[in-house]
Design a protein around this ligand. Structure first.
Ligand code: SF4
Length: 131
């Protein structure tokens, strides 16, 4: 699931570390998977541990975006048949806006996912060319 800065900050404010729940995969910031499951999925409880704070993309599911097809209902979702044409159109508009926003935010994502100790090291490093 792709993440926006709003998603990352909301989850961080809820006490989760971006460097643990997100990763940048081929330039795209996504929720991290652990053993094939979303980082936030509780297998014991069979539920989302951040349901009220979940990423916007999760709220839009089962509407997903495919490069060659645009917004569609994910055919692997068993509840996909319940999505009406109107709902698909509404969610598709929100999803397209979200993906454009995420695309613009890419550089900022890398900074948000940088571990705090790495940031401190960079701040304290002296430029060897300046003596
Ligand atoms: S709804 Fe929750 S468990 Fe499912 S993908 Fe989104 S964050 Fe992960």
């Amino acid at each position: 699931m792709e993440l926006s800065i709003d998603d990352i900050k909301r989850l961080e404010e809820a006490g989760h570390r971006p460097v643990e729940f997100a990763l940048i995969d081929d330039g795209v910031t996504r929720l991290r998977n652990v053993d094939g499951w979303c980082y936030f999925y509780s297998r014991a409880g069979k539920s989302c541990r951040v349901y009220k704070k979940k990423p916007l993309g999760c709220s839009l599911y089962p509407v997903v975006y495919l490069t060659n097809e645009g917004a569609i209902v994910d055919e692997t979702c068993p509840m996909g048949h319940k999505v009406s044409e109107e709902k698909l159109r509404t969610k598709a508009k929100i999803l397209e806006k979200l993906l454009k926003k995420i695309d613009i935010e890419r550089v900022q994502h890398a900074k948000l996912l940088m571990p705090v100790d790495t940031i401190e090291i960079k701040v304290n490093q002296k430029d060897p060319s300046k003596k």
